[in-house]
Design a protein around this ligand. Sequence first.
Ligand SMILES: Cc1ncc(C[n+]2csc(CCOP(=O)(O)OP(=O)(O)O)c2C)c(N)n1
Ligand SMILES: [Mg+2]
Length: 580
Amino acid sequence: MSQKVADLLWAMLANAGVKRCYGIVGDALNPVIDGLRRNGEIEFVHVRHEEYGVFAAVAEAYLSGNPVAVCGTAGPGVVHLFNGLMDARKEGAPIIAIAGDVETKVLDTAALEELNPYKFFDTASLYTARVVNPEQARSVFHTAILTALLEKGPTVISLPGDIASADAPKEATRATQITVPAMPSLRPSDGDLNRLVETIDDAKTVAIFGGDGCRDARAEVLQLAERLKAPVGYAFRGKQWLEYDNPNAVGMTGLLGYGGAYGAINEADLLLLLGTDFPFSEFLPGDSVKKVQIDTKPKHIGRRTAVDLGLVGDIKTTVGALLETVGEKTDRRFLDKHIADTNAFHDLLQHYVDKGPGIKPIRPEFLAATLNDVASDDAMFFTDTGTACIWVARYIRGGKNRRIFGSFSWASMANAAPNAFGAQLAYPGRQTIALCGDGGFTMLALGDLLTQVERKTPVVQIILNNDSLDFVKIEQQEAGIMPFGVEFKNPNFARVAEAMGAKGIRIEDPEDVREALAEALAHKDGPVVVDAVVDPYALALPSHVPFHAAKGFTLSMAKQVLSGKMDSVIKTMERNVRLV
Ligand SMILES: Cc1ncc(C[n+]2csc(CCOP(=O)(O)OP(=O)(O)O)c2C)c(N)n1
Ligand SMILES: [Mg+2]
């Protein structure tokens, strides 16, 4: 039987290491999916919402490094992919999106469900192609796959149904192998490295701040920190690589900040920014601190804060080379001061953990710290965008085999449950925990709980049930305005989950937290929804509060008092008395 273009597509994707395609079929995709069925090597994961499928794919691709496919059918189905593809772009996940397209005979006629893929995907996609002729297919598929893999992000193949079902050229079907080119290691020249050594030698005190670029360079960065007696702070994306078993770790800065990181990076003579594109410039030092930035991506360098020296290189190779020549510093006083600050902040963070068993409604700090305790050493944690990020950043400790992931750079809501679903498919049997907002869970995760039920996927989703878009409520107060449009009422999620065929556990009493979480994690026969009724007034103040936020907060409180919302002001004060 002759090979179709769709057969060519799946053969090439399978040869590139794609194991799954998440999505929803539809008319334009029918011939494409028929090809997947014939191919038999790639699993089709039917989801109830295309966006859920993409977030699942992003986690699978980010964690495994393998390319993952997603699909949506012409027009509306394709549009549902978009938010997830933006996330893939920002998180650096190799995703190949197959976008169903209208038949070539009606292209550019405003046909039903027609959408211009070039315009539509322009912001998200690293490479977008529309296949209008079988002769193009092999080259397009090859480029889409290699671009996703090597540039680490999403690419889009817009594929009209008539082309998918057309015969593929014979030569193309004989050339389906994907040879991923070997990449060179990237490091600055010896001369530039010498400038870096001199800059370090000139500085009395050095601090390090690292991001996801330190993923493969943990050993080198820790060795450098030890040699320079440098405190090590990190962005959320760097936490899991740099925090655990690191005697120099000083926590995070930014709005989620904790520990001595802010002080360390702002008080050092020299700051080394390693593999980070940390976007909150106001938390990075100004002119008073000399800054060196090293990154594989030249455009990251200097865009968040002006730097004195910028070097293009991967962190592992560059720091590895630096370690061959850079001298040792012996004065530990700067390091010790910031470690002491970190420990002092840790004591503050422990307050609501230690007192947690006696406080109702449940403190999210206590919930997260208990989760950290009961979860296994190789658990994978996923955080929704919202207050879950604060509690994960502060209370979930990393480890050699633990993973922490979220929509860190795109910051979409509702990512955690689908992320966890994709991770569980990629790593079956490993503990997979999503910390979800109630807003996030009802936005995207609820419908696809059915997908998890049907597949018996053991994902534990813990809902921070706070009847609000709490993170935005905090933002509004920091901006000095009255909380507005941020409150809603929830059902009992445990009962909803049970009705959908999942295991549901509701926790209202702090005394039940440990046992309930342990029970959820022990359930291996399918998804669990833990409905945790938490304190909606729990505040998390960063270790460094910018002046405008403190002022805004006071102003918002005053406005609330004046408009008769005294009750909410009293609760906010009462329930955070140890923090404010
Ligand atoms: C898709 C999307 N819509 C809106 C936002 C803005 N936003 C960020 S956090 C947040 C609140 C999240 O609420 P919830 O999921 O209930 O978590 P909570 O902060 O209450 O824990 C909102 C609306 C966003 N980041 N993404
Ligand atoms: Mg909420």
